[in-house]
Design a protein around this ligand. Structure first.
Ligand SMILES: Cc1ncc(COP(=O)(O)O)c(C=O)c1O
Length: 373
């Protein structure tokens, strides 16, 4: 079985399966090693991170540092709150319209895949939805150009998904609109520079680029947060989370702690520009293998919208797709089966995924194509 050492690893002791999982997904090895220690005793306290009170001084420091590091990474000013909320990104699908979409109001939702579709379904419970782009009509093979978007003149907000995890498409730039911009960045948070100031809200489930599942990072502009259109229970109220420093109740302390470690790792890598350069180089290795295969591999996304995080492609038949996944697994590559809605193959290569893993996949792709083409 072929295995790969992650960056910062000690090759003598660390060999891991090449993990292409779409999420939960690969984490930086230095983060995992630190967590191993801190589970036993964090910061010399004699108490593990999961055993500390969420209102004690050790966790105070953990969450304060996580917020400060997050602000540094994204150049996030005090205009935005940095919140940690439970319930996964799917809870945000409902919480956003619950707070910001009145019954007689409309919000714009370009539909670019399974996740925006779910967000649309939840929004319809609370108000009117203008599906500003119907991606299903083109098999979700691209994100809309400005000309393809049909926006409503008075939208309460525009919700979009910057990277579509399943189909492997992304927006080069956020959609142009005069409405407050709300972004689901779950599968590419902090994978490239992001203009936080331009967004009313950005949210991301942690389990792809930021940490373990169970916690969502929410960046929300204070003036947008103040526009709540209906009363909600406290746990669904962004302002209540903000007022209580993300500790309205017992928060997912381990998830917040892990996100804090990942933030420090991002800063150590040189911040978002450096991370983006690395991600570009990694994705190019696999896209080159697709483009150089003489049509054996066909990318799901149109070239101009290609995701750098999730690379979805198909082989000439479903039978070959299946054989590819099975043989790749035998070579130590896990998680390559495409999502059930898109089929084919999907290679998820988030921030912490090593370039050497992309190279291993690319050489397997070329060898498999020459055997089966
Ligand atoms: C873009 C995107 N949004 C939302 C979700 C849903 O996340 P969760 O499972 O945390 O609710 C996912 C999960 O893969 C996703 O990829």
């Amino acid at each position: 079985m072929t295995t790969v050492s992650l960056s910062n690893s000690n090759p003598a002791t660390t060999h891991r399966t090449i993990n292409f999982s779409a999420g939960p997904a690969v984490l930086p090895e230095s983060v995992i090693r630190q967590a191993q220690e801190d589970l036993w005793s964090i910061r010399g306290s004699g108490i593990g991170i999961c055993e500390h009170s969420h209102r004690g001084p050790v966790f105070d420091a953990v969450i304060d540092e996580a917020v400060a590091d997050c602000r540094r990474i994204g150049s996030i000013s005090d205009d935005h709150e940095v919140l940690f909320i439970q319930g996964g990104a799917s809870t945000q699908f409902g919480m956003i319209p619950m707070n910001f979409l009145a019954e007689d109001a409309v919000a714009d939702y370009p539909d670019t895949g399974v996740w925006t579709n779910k967000a649309i379904k939840e929004a319809k419970i609370f108000g009117r939805v203008n599906v500003a782009f119907e991606g299903a009509k083109c098999g979700y093979d691209h994100t809309p150009s400005a000309a393809e978007l049909s926006l409503s003149p008075d939208a309460a907000y525009l919700h979009y998904c910057s990277n579509n995890t399943i189909y492997g498409t992304r927006y080069e730039q956020p959609p142009q609109t005069s409405a407050p911009l709300v972004c689901d960045a779950s599968s590419e948070m902090f994978a490239r520079p992001i203009d936080v100031a331009r967004h009313a809200m950005i949210y991301a489930g942690a389990q792809k680029n930021l940490g373990p599942s169970g916690v969502v990072l929410v960046l929300i502009r204070k003036d947008f947060m103040a526009k709540r259109v209906r009363k909600t229970m406290s746990m669904m109220d962004y302002a209540a989370h903000a007022k209580n420093g993300s500790r309205l109740n017992t928060p997912p302390t381990f998830g917040i702690y892990m996100m804090g470690l990942v933030f420090k790792w991002i800063l150590e890598q040189g911040g978002l520009e450096a991370i983006e350069r690395h991600n570009e180089a990694k994705a190019k290795v696999i896209y080159d293998a697709i483009d150089g295969s003489g049509g054996f591999y066909r990318g799901v996304s149109r070239p101009e919208c290609r995701s750098r995080m999730n690379i979805s492609f198909r082989l000439p038949s479903e039978d070959l797709d299946q054989r590819f996944v099975t043989e790749a697994a035998a070579e130590g590559m896990d998680g390559l089966k495409g999502h059930r809605d898109a089929g084919g193959i999907r290679a998820s290569i988030y921030n912490a995924f090593p370039k050497s893993g992309c190279e291993t996949l690319a050489s397997f792709m070329s060898e498999f194509a020459s055997r089966n083409g």
